[in-house]
Design a protein around this ligand. Structure first.
Ligand code: PHE
Length: 457
């Protein structure tokens, strides 16, 4: 038998597990993407569809990944092969995802540190100019420095271990994040002119509701719940059997969805208060919303520099807990695959992420001419992971559980120690029939929109 050099870590208890997993789920997707997609795609009606998807498809897929991890005590790379040797390839495929995402996610994390530094050092007004963001990201050295800083902080947390690193930081950052989000939302909703934003965000607008909006709700749900990234399998492998899977998944989903809704109440009313006439258009600005519009909104308001600083602390916490989960997924994959000591695996992950992250950073500037299928490095890595590999992985996981190991294997694992797994029939029907079809449609749609062949939301 192979000698195992390290003992598998675990989270201490339910709170630690739920907060760490919620930390992974709550990220830029909640703070930036969710508010503008909801506003654009029909407000309250989009929200309703999103919530239905979270408690059905989201519940099924998240329980599956956590269950696979706990059942096999392996990260993505070993989990599938352990249950059925022919499916080892799926472990490799899923393992590619966090390896690709961690570097470019850290580049964006670096931008967040830069904005936070500008706000707290009294240079917030600079960030409000229309050209600041493009000027900054196209520089050669500075964004790389912030990227390395972000990656280093993430690495230090991982080096402190699952309990002392991931769990302890999540137990501080996640409650702090809720408090910050509530303070900013109250501030934002009480600005003059904010009411129009609250209405735009929450009141159902059927005119904006089309089949595209359902597809974007599905895509958003996958991303927001950190599914098909190898993360939930790894975290599941650290989960004790004295914790219920169903119950934990509901709590993680509730946390993630509430933060997304609060983010909407924070951002949309503020943009309306700042510029009611062009608000809808400003919300559409993609990444520009967070890095161009919001700094303008904050710096124009009374007390806005303080609120803006709190906002970027919030974004930083959200981004850090997500990058921590990504890095842990990669580190555990290397440990499991190469039977490596954790510290070597951490160093390897750090080095690899530096190597892959630098092109993503330079792709906005001096390497701007290097294109892969018409995209700069960062967009390409984002496209290939989110739009291509993740849906393929999710589809294969459904087939694997639905037809190879059978849904009962996951249900039984979740019911160990007398816990109840909710919605067993729904779980079986969804994972065998409904989820594969939905994911196939998402795959087709996301490839076509990603390549610009079909216009997305
Ligand atoms: N779930 C995160 C979000 O909503 C996204 C994410 C997490 C991306 C972890 C990568 C890794 O933003």
């Amino acid at each position: 038998m192979e000698k195992i050099k390290y003992k598998r870590s675990s989270f201490t208890g339910k709170l630690g597990f739920v907060l760490a997993a919620a930390g992974s789920a709550v990220g830029l997707g909640n703070l930036w993407r969710f508010p503008y997609i909801t506003a654009k795609c029909g407000g309250g009606i989009f929200l309703l569809v999103y919530i239905i998807l979270v408690v059905t498809l989201g519940y099924v897929l998240m329980s599956t990944e956590i269950g696979l991890g706990r059942l096999t005590r392996q990260s993505a790379i070993g989990a599938f092969g352990k249950l059925s040797p022919k499916w080892t390839f799926l472990g490799y495929l899923e393992s590619i995802v966090p390896i690709i995402i961690l570097p470019y996610y850290s580049v964006i994390g670096g931008w967040v540190i830069k904005y936070l530094a500008s706000f707290v050092s009294g240079a917030a007004v600079n960030t409000a100019s229309d050209t600041f963001f493009n000027g900054f990201v196209s520089k050669t050295v500075e964004p790389v420095i912030w990227f390395v800083l972000f990656l280093t902080v993430t690495t230090i947390v991982i080096a402190c271990g699952v309990q002392k690193g991931i769990e302890s930081t999540s137990k501080i950052m996640m409650p702090a994040l809720v408090v910050l989000a509530l303070i900013i939302a109250v501030y934002s909703m009480t600005r003059p002119g904010a009411a129009a934003g609250i209405k735009y965000f929450l009141i159902p607008n059927t005119a904006n509701f089309t089949k595209d909006t359902i597809l974007s709700a599905m895509g958003q749900m996958f991303y927001s719940l950190s599914l098909a990234m190898g993360i939930m399998i790894t975290y599941g492998s650290y989960m004790k059997k004295t914790i219920g899977i169903s119950q934990s998944v509901f709590q993680i989903e509730l946390f993630d969805t509430l933060i997304a809704i609060i983010a909407g109440l924070m951002i949309i009313p503020a943009v309306f208060a700042f510029n009611g006439a062009d608000a809808a258009e400003k919300l559409n600005a993609g990444p520009g919303l967070m890095f161009v519009t919001l700094p303008q909104v904050f710096t124009s308001m009374k007390g806005g520099v303080v609120i803006g600083s709190l906002f970027f602390i919030l974004v930083l916490f959200a981004a850090l807990t997500s990058s921590i989960s990504l890095m842990e997924a990669v580190v555990s994959i290397f440990c499991d695959k190469f039977n490596m000591k954790r510290i070597y695996s951490i160093l390897l992950t750090f080095a690899l992420s530096l190597l892959l992250g630098v092109p993503s950073s330079l792709g906005n500037g001096i390497w701007g001419n290097v294109k892969i299928i018409g995209m700069d490095f960062l967009s390409f890595f984002d496209f290939i992971s989110n739009n291509v590999i993740m849906p393929v992985v999710a589809l294969l996981i459904c087939i694997f559980v639905g037809y190879i190991i059978k849904p009962k294997a996951i249900i039984d694992a979740a019911e160990e120690n007398g816990f109840k797994f909710f919605g067993k029939t729904m779980y079986t029907v969804l994972i065998k029939y409904v989820a594969p079809i939905c994911i196939l449609v998402i795959l087709a749609y996301s490839v076509l929109t990603g390549l610009g062949i079909v216009k997305g939301v």
